[in-house]
Design a protein around this ligand. Structure first.
Ligand SMILES: [Fe+2]
Length: 303
């Protein structure tokens, strides 16, 4: 490996190894563990040590159990092969290193196969608090512990099934404009649902309300804000809200939804699929997220 590549490490926005893979059109890559710099490991160490006490306080018990059984190292970026060795026997899930954004259908289809597209880069050590894109701390410390429990793993797989239903429901529409319109609405509904549950979901627990969403579990500041702030609105999760509510990604979420259990969440995904079949997702509230061209194409190509 040329010196220039290894010297820059695998830092978000400055990772030639990843950028070169992307320019070659390679979505699925290796972790290239030896490329991590000492500064990259330091970023992991700082993030992990800072948030650990907050997990004890605000994370749901399935997540805490997941952290325990995965044995993530507190001081070094984990090897994904080690993570997979512990994870796969539990739920069949595996991390799958990727070079960047995974278009909608491919992402959900990975979940259906119990593969989790995983970012390998880590945020710069001087940008601990906010990053608009996922990094390995968000993906591995925020998401993967949730994949160690059967009930939540089944929710993700069920979500992958929904993506296939979306293809089935729109694949036969001959009018391209109408097909695009319906798919855009369905993908919007699925993205909002995913955002307010898998990324920012709250759950009733024995200790009161706790977090299970990975956007919360990987954010030192927002995790506490989500549970403690009197200004955050917390409502029982209902499908009508989950598919129509707009979110802004660059601020603490002012509105969050609470599920009773993962069985409750699983049933909501079932209801989402049912509504899709009934055409109820064909006209959701306008507004963000904007559905990218490659997301739409990924669903169309799957038909
Ligand atoms: Fe995420």
């Amino acid at each position: 490996m040329p010196q220039t590549i290894s010297a820059t490490g695998l830092t978000t926005g400055h990772a030639p190894f990843v950028e070169e893979a992307r320019s070659r059109g390679e979505l699925y890559i290796s972790q290239a563990y030896d490329l991590y710099s000492e500064e990259n490991h330091e970023a992991w160490r700082k993030l992990y040590q800072r948030i650990r006490p907050r997990w004890e306080q605000y994370a749901n018990e399935h997540f805490l159990h997941g952290i325990e059984v995965l044995g993530l190292p507190p001081d070094r970026i984990p090897h994904l092969t080690d993570v997979n060795q512990r994870l796969q026997p539990l739920t069949g899930f595996q991390t799958k290193p990727v070079s960047g954004y995974v278009p909608g259908f491919l992402f959900f289809d990975c979940l259906r196969r119990r593969e989790f597209p995983t970012t390998i880069t880590i945020r710069p050590v001087d940008q601990m608090d906010y990053l608009p894109e996922p990094d390995i701390f968000h993906d591995v410390a925020g998401h993967v512990p949730m994949h160690t429990g059967k009930a939540f793993a089944d929710v993700l797989v069920r979500f992958g099934d929904c993506a296939h239903t979306a293809v089935e429901m729109t694949g036969m529409i001959a009018d391209h404009a109408e097909r695009t319109r319906r798919l855009t609405n369905i993908i919007k509904a699925m993205s909002r649902f995913f955002w307010f549950t898998v990324e920012f979901g709250l759950m009733k627990g024995r200790r009161g309300t706790v977090a299970y969403g990975s956007g919360l579990l990987s954010s030192y500041g927002e995790l506490r804000n989500a549970i403690e702030s009197p200004e955050v609105q917390r409502y029982p999760a209902q499908l009508e809200w989950l598919i129509n509510q707009v979110a802004e990604i660059d601020r603490y979420q002012p509105l969050l939804f609470t599920v009773d259990s993962f069985d409750h969440l699983f049933n909501l995904v079932g209801q989402l699929e049912q509504w899709m079949r009934e055409g109820k997702l064909n006209n959701v509230a306008p507004g963000p997220p904007e559905i990218r061209e490659n997301d739409l194409r990924s669903f169309m190509d799957a038909a």
